[in-house]
Design a protein around this ligand. Structure first.
Ligand code: AMP
Length: 217
């Protein structure tokens, strides 16, 4: 099924499965995937000035400054692969970022088509975050309980090393969840009022994808 809504935000708590849903959608639609968390982790890996500034904040579960993330997103959205549609994953996280995004999109002559609100029960999230494993090579996501790799510690997709993100420790995960409720949850009403919100509340990924494709048709 082809989708007509192609310029998207995925909104949801950390651990709600935004990255997993983005990967599932990209299996059927070649949208650019823009994860601000991945972009920041890449800056840290390359030991850039920006990465050094962000690392401590991320490790503590706080939010990196709006200026830094908005600048990164602007550069990324201007790239040619975004012409066919994009998924913003983990951005915006504050009302200020949402307002900046509106400006950036207008500047680039683009328009937001839908904001996908991924709703997951609170209890599920902490278990999921603290058992998550990520690939250092390709960012593929695994789970120690529900999605084990074929070989322990090794990515099925690229053979890269799997690791637990430092901010997926219980303490930091709790902090990130608190930050989500305080700073990011208001965006749900913000986008609902603008008629852009699509709620996805199915449990399993295949049904979620079906619900998503229907909503974006
Ligand atoms: P994520 O991979 O989306 O869970 O992001 C990991 C961490 O990167 C977050 O806990 C924040 O510290 C930082 N981060 C990612 N996206 C943003 C954003 N839009 N605004 C501020 N900080 C962000």
């Amino acid at each position: 099924m082809a989708i007509s809504k192609r310029n998207l935000i995925f909104l949801g708590a950390p651990g709600s499965g935004k990255g997993t849903m983005a990967a599932a959608l990209r299996e059927v639609e070649p949208l650019a995937h823009i994860s601000t968390g991945d972009l920041l982790r890449d800056e840290i890996k390359r030991d850039t000035a920006l990465g050094r500034e962000a690392a401590g904040i991320m490790k503590a579960g706080g939010l990196v400054s709006d200026d830094i993330v908005c600048g990164m997103v602007r550069n990324r959205l201007a790239q040619p692969d975004c012409a066919n549609g994009f998924i913003l994953d983990g951005f915006p996280r504050t009302i200020a970022q949402a307002e900046k995004l509106t400006e950036v999109l207008a500047e680039l002559n683009k328009k937001l088509d839908a904001v996908v609100n991924i709703v997951v029960e609170d209890e599920v999230i902490l278990t999921r975050l603290t058992s998550r494993l990520s690939c250092r090579g390709c960012s593929e996501i695994y789970n120690k309980i529900s999605k084990k790799p074929k070989v322990e510690g090794v990515c099925d997709v690229c053979g890269g090393e799997l690791y637990q993100r430092p901010d997926d420790s219980l303490e930091t995960a709790q902090q990130r969840l608190a930050v989500f409720y305080k700073n990011t949850q208001p965006l749900i009403d913000y986008y609902r009022e603008r008629g852009l919100l699509v709620d996805i509340d199915k449990e399993e990924v295949p049904e979620k994808l079906e619900q998503l494709l229907a909503a974006l048709a």
